[in-house]
Design a protein around this ligand. Structure first.
Ligand code: AMP
Length: 380
């Protein structure tokens, strides 16, 4: 067991590492972070911020020599980085899990060969492959780069055969996956944790609404028939067990109009849809990650009250700084800002959560509080 007072290493410098570091420091741990940037969201709350490219394996080895365990908040680190980190400290979840989940084709191949339900897909490595895959899967279909895709980046919807060439060019060629388009009823996720001893904790089904392929609003519990939510949790448990995860992993699902659950993708770390656990659950997803990687018993994942979360993207800064006073005028709204300086459109800058008597009420609060944040100049 890695006990409070020990140093935890976090690869990556974003908001997930920031909230992990807040949870770890609250429990008396020290946090070191390594990423290529300075003054990162994680670095601002960590004890030590190391600025080095992930490819600087000497810096990664030195970083891991100073910590008791390495975890990450950014899963697209090269395999060599995870291997270098493992020379001095355990890496949790392991580099092999990163390797599987950072590449859509490997992830989907793993899921389908283990018998998990997912959208039909085909590998695409040339425009010829793409033509054949479209014939096989039909239209519409979604073309996605195999590597390094997140928040809808590197994705093109193909409605007509004549869109194919343009889509292939726009994702930049290379290795890709074509997926059948899913006519879904809703999107949901299950965030869950697994300990080294196989123990398991989950936050139930969380309902997710996306805007421009980026998560917009999450609501917990998801408004679903209980057997569907239970089935999603069972599938998620199977995925964590099959991968042998030690840490937190999120499974994103589509629920089709025919009532079938299909896995969209995996994230081997705390997830945006689980941010509401910080304010709404006995143990947040970040504390759960800490407990799992430190081999502590997992905490209760109980949801204390229905909750909702609304993301704050850089677009909100269109004309001027959002009106935080107006957000705080909603007494039930909790404002989380990540300390990022450049509010680019589509960039996740923060979020608002609220708990309430019902999921509908919580959702109404976060949506209204976010609307109130739109600065005066933009409202005119
Ligand atoms: P991803 O980055 O793969 O999670 O995709 C981002 C979002 O795009 C998803 O949450 C969906 O809203 C949408 N999307 C992705 N793939 C599909 C698909 N095969 N069918 C329908 N919508 C999709």
């Amino acid at each position: 067991m890695i006990l409070p007072g020990a140093v935890i290493g976090v690869l990556g410098g974003g908001q997930l590492g920031r909230m992990f570091a807040i949870a770890a420091r609250r429990m008396g741990y020290r946090v070191h972070t390594l990423s290529p940037d300075a003054d990162t969201p994680t670095g601002q709350v960590a004890d030590v911020e190391i600025i080095a490219p992930y490819e600087d394996l000497d810096a990664v080895r030195k970083f891991s020599a100073a910590v008791s365990v390495v975890t990450f908040e950014f899963e697209n680190v090269p395999s060599a980085t995870a291997e270098a980190a493992a020379t001095h400290a355990p890496v949790r979840p392991s580099g092999s899990i990163l390797h599987t989940t950072q590449h859509r084709l490997r992830e989907k191949t793993f899921l389908s060969s283990a018998g998990f339900p997912l959208t039909p897909f085909l590998p695409v490595r040339s425009s010829e492959d793409l033509r054949e895959a479209l014939e096989c899967l039909g239209r519409p279909a979604v073309l996605k780069t195999a590597d390094f895709g997140y928040d809808g980046k590197g994705q093109e919807l193909i409605r007509l055969d004549s869109d194919a060439e343009q889509a292939w060019r726009s994702i930049g060629g290379g290795e890709a996956v074509l997926e059948a388009y899913v006519d879904f009823e809703i999107e949901l996720s299950v965030v869950a944790a697994r300990g080294a001893d196989g123990s398991f904790a989950h936050y139930g089904a969380i309902e997710n609404a996306h805007s421009n392929r980026i998560l917009d609003v999450s609501v917990s519990p998801a408004r679903l028939p209980p057997p569907v939510a239970a089935e999603a949790v069972q599938i998620a448990r199977g995925v964590l067990d099959e991968l042998g995860v030690v840490g937190v992993l999120c499974v994103e699902f589509f629920l089709t109009r025919a009532g079938k659950l299909l896995i969209n993708e995996l994230a081997p770390r705390p997830h945006n849809s689980g941010h509401l656990t910080f304010d709404a659950c006995v143990t947040s997803q970040f504390e759960q990650q800490l407990r799992a990687v430190c081999e502590l018993p997992l905490g209760s994942a109980e949801l204390l009250r229905p909750a909702a979360m609304a993301n704050l993207l850089g677009d909100l800064w269109r004309d001027c700084e959002p009106d935080w006073g107006a957000v705080c005028a909603f007494p039930a709204a909790k404002l989380h800002l990540y300390g990022k300086l450049a509010p680019r459109p589509g960039r996740k800058m923060g979020h608002i959560t609220a708990v309430a008597e019902t999921a509908e009420e919580a959702e109404a609060i976060v949506r209204s509080a976010r609307d109130a944040a739109v600065c005066i100049a933009a409202r005119k």
